[in-house]
Design a protein around this ligand. Structure first.
Ligand code: GLC
Length: 539
C-alpha cells in the first residue's frame, strides 16, 4: 500500500468520551450501546474514525484511566460483545475505530498490583511496579520529591496490617493509579498481549495514554522543577529516550496485522522536534499537537506553531495531528473567550467566566483554520455543537481527582466531560432515556442540542459537516501549505491546494480578495470580520 493511502494520514477522528456520549441503559452513564446508536450521527457529520476513551474494567478513580483489566469491558459501559458490535457496526459504516491504551499505570485494583502488594518487597510481582524503600531513618520519607500531575505527592506508602509503614509506590497520577515498571520484560510482554487482544478484535489503532511517561530516569533522581498539571512535563519522569524502544516494539506488533493500524501518542512534550521522534517511520503514526492546542489566540503564534510542526514532522515523514479540544482541557469554545486564551485549565463558578459569544465565534474560526491544515485532525465530542465548558458546575458533583488532590484549588476537568445534549426538550437533553446524567448539564446546552443544529443552515454542526466534506473533496488533509503574507501580521493566511484560507485573528476587518467563498465561520460580505475564518477557491 502506498504511504499516501494510509488512512490516518489525513483522517478526521472523533473522540468519544463514553461516560458522557450517549446512555442507552438509562443509568446516567454513557455506554457502548449508546455509542452504537449514535454512529449514524457521526457518519452524517462525516468523520473518518472514532477514538474511544477507556471503557475497560475500572473502579473509575480517574474516569476509566485507572484500568483493572485491559481485556474486559466495564459493566458501566456494557460487555465485550458490545465492544465487538461497536467495532463491527463502525466498520460496516466505513468508520475506523481507535481505542485507548493506558500503559503508564494500572488501577490499584488490577490483579497485577494486588499480587505485587501481597508478594512483598523483592518479589518478581513487585518488580512490575515502581516500588521503593523510603528515605529517612525509618523509611518514613518518600523515595524522592516527585509529585503527582494531579497535585500532592507522587508516592504512597503501603501499610502493614500492624500499622507499620512498608515500601512506597510511585503514581504520577492518582494514588489509585500505580505506575508500571517498564524496565520489566513481564510488563512489556503483557502489553503485547493487550495490543494483540484488541487488534484481533479488529481495532484500527490505539491512542497511547501518557506516552512520554513510561520510562523513568534510572536512579529516580529528584525533580528540579514543580510538575504543572499535564503541563511543563520536563524532568526525570518525562520523555526519556528509553520510551522509543517500546514504541518500536509495538510498531512491529501492529505490523503483524493486515490493514494499516496506527498508534497515536498522547505525549505532552514541549519541544516539537522531540515530539517528532515519536512518529519516526518505525514507531508511532501520530502524535497530538498540543503546541497547537495550547497556543493563545494570536496570529504570529499560530503561524510559528504550524510552520514548526509541519517542518518537524516532515523531517520524519509523518503527518501532523491537529487538535483543539479533548477530555483533559477546557473546551475551546470557552478557552478562546477567556482573558488568557492559552489557559486550558478548568474553571468553577467563583472564577472569572469566559465570554461565551466571543469564545464560540473564535472557536468556529479556529476550527475552520485547523480543518484546512494538511494532516489529520481530532475532534472532541460536542465541539461540533459549539458546546462551551460547564464553568459553573457545582463542586459537589466534581469527580476528577484533580479537585481533591489540589485541595480544591483546581476545578479540574469535569467541566469538559458533561453529558452530550441530543434533544433540547427531552429529559437530560436526550442523553439518557430516564433523564439520569452523571453530571448536570448547563442550561446553555439546551439551545445547542444536536436536534437544534443538525441540518440547520449556519449552525455550528453544519459548519463542521460542510468543512469536513469540503476538506475531503479538496484533499486538504493530503495537501501542503504555502504561506501568504500580504494580509498583515494579524491574519493567518495560506493556500492548501486550490483553497485559500484566511483566519483573521486581529482586531480589525480585512478586505477579502476575489474568489468564490467555499466556507466561512461567519457571514462575510467583501470583508472578513475579526475572529473569523474563510475558505476561498483560488481563482
Ligand atoms: C492522560 C489522560 C487523562 C488521564 C491521565 C492519566 O493524560 O488523557 O485523562 O487522567 O492520562 O491516565
Amino acid at each position: 500500500m502506498s504511504n499516501l493511502q494510509q488512512w490516518w494520514r489525513n483522517a478526521v477522528i472523533y473522540q468519544i468520551y463514553p461516560r458522557s456520549f450517549a446512555d442507552a441503559s438509562g443509568d446516567g452513564y454513557g455506554d457502548l450501546p449508546g455509542a452504537i446508536e449514535r454512529l449514524p450521527y457521526l457518519v452524517k457529520l462525516g468523520v473518518d474514525a472514532i477514538w474511544l476513551s477507556p471503557f475497560y474494567l475500572s473502579p473509575m478513580a480517574d474516569g476509566g484511566y485507572d484500568v483493572a483489566d485491559y481485556m474486559q469491558v466495564d459493566p458501566l459501559f456494557g460487555d465485550t460483545a458490545d465492544a465487538y458490535r461497536l467495532i463491527e457496526r463502525s466498520h460496516a459504516l466505513g468508520v475506523k475505530v481507535v481505542v485507548d491504551l493506558v500503559p503508564n499505570h494500572t488501577s490499584d485494583e488490577h490483579e497485577w498490583f494486588k499480587a505485587a502488594v501481597a508478594a512483598g518487597p523483592g518479589s518478581p510481582e513487585r518488580d512490575m511496579y515502581m516500588f521503593s524503600d523510603g528515605r529517612g531513618t525509618d523509611g518514613e520519607l518518600p523515595p524522592n520529591n516527585w509529585s503527582s500531575v494531579f497535585g500532592s505527592t507522587g508516592w504512597t506508602r503501603l501499610v502493614r496490617p500492624d500499622g507499620t509503614g512498608e515500601q512506597w509506590y510511585l503514581h504520577l497520577f492518582d494514588s489509585k493509579q500505580p505506575d508500571l515498571n517498564w524496565d520489566n520484560e513481564r510488563v512489556r510482554s503483557a502489553f503485547d498481549d493487550v495490543l494483540r487482544f484488541w487488534l484481533d478484535a479488529g481495532v484500527d489503532g490505539f491512542r497511547v495514554d501518557v506516552a512520554h511517561g513510561l520510562v523513568k530516569e534510572s536512579g529516580l533522581p529528584d525533580q528540579l522543577e514543580a510538575t504543572e498539571l499535564l503541563g511543563s512535563n520536563m524532568g526525570p519522569m518525562w520523555d526519556q529516550d528509553g520510551v522509543h524502544e517500546i514504541y518500536r516494539r509495538w510498531h512491529n506488533v501492529l505490523d503483524e496485522y493486515d490493514g494499516d493500524r496506527a498508534l497515536t501518542a498522547e505525549a505532552w512534550v514541549p519541544d516539537l522536534d522531540r515530539l517528532a521522534l515519536y512518529v519516526r517511520p518505525n514507531e508511532m503514526q501520530q502524535a497530538f499537537n498540543f503546541e497547537f492546542l495550547t497556543a493563545p489566540w494570536d496570529a504570529p503564534t499560530y503561524r510559528k506553531v504550524i510552520a514548526a510542526s509541519l517542518a518537524a514532522n516532515d523531517s520524519v515523514g509523518a503527518p501532523t495531528t491537529w487538535v483543539l479540544s479533548n477530555h483533559d482541557v477546557m473546551r475551546h469554545a470557552s478557552r478562546l473567550g477567556r482573558a488568557d486564551t492559552a489557559d486550558r485549565s478548568g474553571a468553577g463558578a467563583e472564577d472569572a467566566q469566559p465570554d461565551s459569544a466571543l469564545g464560540l465565534r473564535r472557536a468556529r474560526a479556529a476550527t475552520l483554520m485547523m480543518l484546512a491544515l494538511p494532516g489529520s485532525a481530532y475532534l472532541y465530542q460536542g465541539e461540533e455543537l459549539g458546546l462551551p465548558e460547564h464553568t459553573t458546575l457545582p463542586h459537589e458533583f466534581r469527580q476528577d481527582p484533580v479537585w481533591e488532590r489540589s485541595n480544591h484549588e483546581l476545578a479540574g476537568r469535569d467541566g469538559c466531560r458533561v453529558p452530550m445534549p441530543w434533544v433540547a426538550d427531552a429529559p437530560a437533553m436526550g442523553f439518557s432515556p430516564t433523564g439520569e446524567a452523571w453530571l448536570p448539564q448547563p442550561e446553555a446546552y439546551c439551545a445547542l442540542a444536536a436536534d437544534q443544529q443538525v441540518d440547520v443552515p449556519d449552525s455550528t454542526w453544519s459548519l463542521y459537516r460542510d468543512s469536513l466534506a469540503t476538506r475531503k473533496s479538496h484533499a486538504l488533509g493530503d495537501g501542503s501549505l504555502t504561506w501568504i503574507d500580504r494580509f498583515g501580521d494579524d491574519v493567518v493566511a495560506f493556500t492548501n491546494g486550490d483553497v485559500t484560507v484566511l483566519a483573521n485573528v486581529g482586531g480589525s476587518p480585512v478586505t477579502l480578495p476575489d474568489g468564490e467563498i467555499l466556507l466561512s465561520s461567519m457571514d462575510v460580505d467583501g470583508e472578513l470580520p475579526t475572529d473569523a475564518t474563510v475558505w476561498l477557491k483560488r481563482s
